[in-house]
Design a protein around this ligand. Structure first.
Ligand code: AMP
Length: 398
């Protein structure tokens, strides 16, 4: 496991702390529609304040590609952050480097907080420019990274800056790294993984790594169709990547070699179209009518997975088991998620989930508070599941 310092290991009293957070919140017409990412930064900021630090919060927001774009300003986030900190004032600097930033930082008292403008208004951020990293570093004495979700990118504020300042992981980063280590680095076995979602092609490396590391791999969602097709099953007009059949067979072969049990749906919910009020029924996976499409695992398959979890100690989850956005095709995801949540609450299962649509699929199942860790990271979570080294994490290592 990467060994890294936490904010307990560094002296921050009276010091200027550059906190790289992920405040890339969803926004509509200038209004924040989901404050999860802001709320998750609060424990780190609160701890830094309690230790007497001057907290300089920095983040990216959208993809302005080096341009100053008003709709991608972090200014509205300063108020939301202040609200999340129980009304503690959060100053805002109109730029993340230079005079504006320096002025705002120089006005901070111990325990004060300033939010810097969007890092990506400077193209030097995304090219990991050391000169730009030095300008960011010059604002502070210590660097803390709480943005696991940005750790798969070597950017100036996630990578190059660590060469300029003493550095540590924030509380959120710490919690995510510890959960990931428990799930895949050094897990209590048996370990199961639920991998669902639309396509095999986007999760090839992930599947390859999973079969090496986990004891049971539960494949669901659209990608299960490709696996069924690869085994000669007629899947009607279901979403399927026929050109991925060889790859799917290779994954199955590799699983056999690594003693990884693969569970594919044995019954499926089929419908005439992917739409509200589509007519649907449950059939055996071997009996999919040619004019219908698979949109969910059937209840027998969901129960089989739920039962399997009873004999597991650790669960990794990425991707829904069906087209969960439209009811009732969220049924299998909901049933398995609720079982996993119940086992977690009973202390029998460690559950770590994340990546892409997983957060909304699990929120839809009503279990977002009950898993051990649900990471809001998308790309970083997937790259970690693929077994890749994340530059932002490597840079934090001692
Ligand atoms: P991903 O981003 O790869 O995790 O894929 C998530 C998407 O997969 C969701 O939008 C689901 O609606 C979709 N999905 C899951 N199962 C199916 C299926 N059987 N047919 C079509 N789309 C599906």
């Amino acid at each position: 496991m990467a060994s890294f310092k936490t904010i307990d290991d560094i002296d921050v009293a009276g010091k200027r702390v550059f906190l790289r957070a992920d405040l890339n919140v969803p926004m509509m017409d200038g209004k924040i529609t989901d404050t999860t990412r802001i709320d998750r930064t609060v424990p780190t900021i609160t701890d830094l304040i309690a230790k007497g630090a001057k907290v300089i919060v920095a983040s990216h927001f959208g993809r302005p590609k080096g341009q100053r774009i008003d709709s991608m300003s972090l200014k509205p986030v300063a108020n939301a952050l202040s609200k999340a900190l129980n009304g503690r004032p959060v100053a805002f600097a109109e730029d993340c480097v230079g005079l504006e930033a320096e002025k705002a930082v120089n006005s901070l008292e111990a325990g004060g907080v300033v939010l810097l403008e969007n890092l990506r208004f400077h193209s030097s951020e995304t090219i990991n420019d050391p000169t730009f990293a030095k300008k960011l570093a010059d604002l502070a004495d210590v660097y803390v990274n709480d943005a696991f979700s940005s750790a798969h990118r070597a950017h100036a504020s996630t990578e190059a800056i660590t060469r300029q300042l003493p550095h540590a992981a924030g509380r959120l980063m710490q919690a995510e790294l510890e959960a990931l280590e428990k799930a895949l680095g050094n897990p209590i076995r048996p370990v199961a993984a639920v991998i669902g979602g639309a396509k095999v092609s986007t999760k090839l490396e992930l599947l390859g790594n999973m079969v090496e590391k986990v004891d049971v791999l539960i494949i669901g969602g659209g990608m299960a169709n490709t696996f069924l097709f690869a085994q000669g099953v007629d899947i009607g007009k279901s979403l399927c990547e026929k050109d991925m059949a060889d790859t799917a067979r290779e994954v199955l072969e590799k699983a056999k070699k690594h003693n990884c049990e693969i569970i594919l749906p044995s019954d499926v919910v089929v419908a005439d179209k992917f739409a509200e009020r589509a007519s649907y029924k449950t059939v055996s996976a071997n009996d999919v009518p040619e004019d219908m499409m698979i949109l969910d695992s059937g209840s027998k398959s969901a129960k089989e997975v739920a039962d399997k979890l009873e004999s597991c100690q650790t669960l990794i989850w990425n991707g829904p088991l069906g087209a969960f956005e439209i009811k009732p095709f969220d049924s299998a995801t909901n049933m398995v998620a609720r079982k996993a949540a119940e086992l977690t609450k009973q202390g029998k299962l460690l559950t770590v989930a994340g990546g892409g649509d997983t957060v909304s699929a699990l929120a839809n199942a009503g279990v977002q508070e009950d898993f051990s860790c649900i990471s809001t990271a998308g790309g970083a979570f997937l790259e970690w599941l693929e077994g890749k080294e994340l530059p932002g994490i490597k840079a934090l290592e001692n």
